[in-house]
Write a protein that binds this ligand. Sequence first.
Ligand SMILES: Cc1ncc(COP(=O)(O)O)c(C=O)c1O
Length: 424
Amino acid sequence: MLPHNSTDQPIAGPLLGPTGTVAEEDPIFALLQAYRQDERADKVDLGIGVYRDSLNRSPVFQAVKAAEQWRVDTEADKAYIGPLGDQAFCSAITELALGKSLAAALDARLACAQTPGGVGALRLAFELLMQMNPDVCLWLSDSTWQVHRPIAEAAGTRQGTYAYYDAQQGRQGFDAMLASLKAARPGDAVLLQASCHNPTGLDLSEDEWHRLTAFCQQRQLLPIVDMAYHGLGNGLEPDAAGLRIMAQAMPELLLCYTCSKNFGLYRDRTGMVAALVQDETLQPALVQQWMQLATRHYFTPPAHGAMLVRRILQDTDLRAVWQGELEEVHTRLRGVREALYAALSKAVPQRNWRFLQEGQGMFALFPLSVSEIEHLQNAYGVYIVSNGRVNLSGFNDTNLPSVVAYIAATVRALESGCYQEQAC
Ligand SMILES: Cc1ncc(COP(=O)(O)O)c(C=O)c1O
């Protein structure tokens, strides 16, 4: 909606331009705003993608707290860290993502930059694509994190859509995925998620990662792997399997990594972009590209989060504490999936809830219509993104039974037509 003045004319001026065009509100932040304004004591937020524990808190990891204390005690200056950021942090993340031996084997072919979060990494990766080939098409999955497309648009890339989510079956459709990617041309890029696919929670099997790798090799497609939930699915090693399969075989690949979720550093904007190049002689050119792109966009990334992550990963004791905390997160998410699957299969047996067991990580797409989602919000204060994406960590022992009952009541009411006719 445009802002209006008292004469009801759209406001225009140097800041808003001659037409007064105003950007649309982000739907997930708008939902969060509505949730915050809701005065019902038993409201439930299943919207924004921030992890919550069984007490509905998003506490700072203990390992992060300890590293922050270390930082306060030891940081000697506040000078700029430079466009490439903290390179020791980048090495630690590369090793975490690829595993020690693969990271060492690929080291000379990797050019990395620390970035402001995962979005900073994605933006730099997409900008690089455009610099290398303005005609490139970036292929995104048919259901994807809702910020992927705007970032790609801002970078100016053309976009294609590949099939990923089979809504009828509530599962990932690998054959359809490959079939749709046949339309990609050599040199095009394919955005993939390493694990815990946002929003579906449905990932490729190892066998499918191998087949996809062969497909990309054959058709000379560039994979861009977005790794935003490393460790939240089945643990650090299994969650990295797909990336490692690709990195081992592909001549070139881009990796966008964020520590927002697995270190809980959302607001500290801690991420990395890495380019794996075909030949180590090309590596310095990629370093130059990252330098230039970072300088043009933000000059130098924030130091705080990267320093904490580096400390945690380099210190044996802190690393063990962090791994234990991360383990708790993915164990809890697995437990919520199982509990919800059991409860919803019983309460709403006419819908298929298998995706809860088959998926992993924080998100799942619930088979609910927009009017059912609206009804859940209006009647019961249960907040779900309009595409049905649910943040599973919003469930806990206290609210799970009641939310399941609300879902069952909503489905019953709307299926019988009561809701629309105001008859019940
Ligand atoms: C799939 C995916 N990629 C990237 C990001 C960006 O993370 P960050 O908050 O670090 O920018 C997110 C955040 O939710 C995400 O879900």
